[in-house]
Design a protein. Structure first.
Length: 280
């Protein structure tokens, strides 16, 4: 990406910057599509393995149940039936004028059991991006574990709480609503030349980078905005915690989740508690 920026910022190039940008956006989309296809293939292989393991486990359970049933029926058939005892002598019938004793009072019905606590948080609507997870974790197994963890915490639905992009950001807002993060980032990259110090632009770029799997790069934008706008602080807390986890900084991410979970009234407190539980 740095090479693209260098090329686009070269004022001496005779090539039309807009044409070059369109080409680079297309190339970026192709790279993302190739990565998404690779991840989809990995997921399909994992799904087949899970189905196979499920079938094997089901067969083993069925064999175990059949064995237990066979042993039980065999032992039951081998047990001799108890000898019948003589019928007890029936007491004489009561005289007709004897009043029967009253039936015991009915026992008081049980009180209803207390209701269980509120149900757990629903799962996120969308999975976490897989971009760069392998390079961050160092191994394929660690990458899978990190992806599974992020998938359970990826509460990043758009629009961003407290942020209303308008004016120059209206087109970007539409792209993000359709989850077209690569195109949205390219659009913001062009706008940054005109609005280099705009906080809304920096916030949206940080969000795009997070959704593109580039947690470390996203943190550079998100951390610079903390405390600038009060309505942004809570979602920025959450996005920074995800960026830390996405970039492989689990200790710092755990501390960030704990800070969120400890703040009563924090809009992301429940999510922070879930993060603490998953990172124990």
């Amino acid at each position: 990406m740095e090479d693209v920026h260098k090329y686009l910022n070269d004022d001496g190039s005779p090539v039309d910057p807009e044409s070059v940008q369109q080409v680079m956006e297309g190339l970026a989309m192709l790279r993302i599509e190739e990565k998404v296809a690779a991840v989809a293939a990995q997921r399909a292989a994992l799904r087949r393995k899970r189905i196979l393991r499920g079938l094997l486990l089901g067969a083993l359970l069925a064999a175990l149940v059949a064995a237990i049933w066979l042993v039980f029926t065999q032992s039951a058939s081998d047990t001799p039936a108890p000898a019948s005892s003589p019928s007890p002598v029936q007491p004489p019938a009561a005289p007709p004028d004897v009043t029967p004793s009253p039936a015991p009072p009915a026992s008081k019905p049980r009180q209803p059991i207390a209701q269980a606590p509120a149900s757990r948080l629903p799962d996120p609507r969308y999975p976490a991006p897989a971009t760069q997870l392998r390079s961050l974790s160092g191994s394929a197994e660690d990458a899978k574990a990190l992806k599974i963890l992020l998938d359970q915490l990826w509460y990043t639905d758009y629009p961003i709480p407290g942020l209303q992009p308008t004016g120059a950001f209206a087109e970007t807002d539409q792209l993000l609503s359709r989850r077209e993060f690569t195109t949205a980032y390219a659009r913001l990259d062009r706008l940054e030349r005109k609005l280099p110090d705009n906080d809304t632009l920096r916030y949206l770029k940080g969000y795009c980078l997070l959704e593109l799997g580039q947690g470390a790069e996203a943190l550079a934008y998100l951390e610079s905005l903390q405390g600038r706008v009060a309505a942004w602080d809570a979602p920025l807390d959450w996005y920074q915690a995800l960026g830390l986890l996405q970039s492989g900084q689990q200790d710092k991410a755990r501390a960030a989740f704990r800070r969120i979970a400890a703040q009563n009234g924090h809009p992301f407190q429940a999510y922070g508690k879930k993060g603490v539980e998953l990172l124990k």
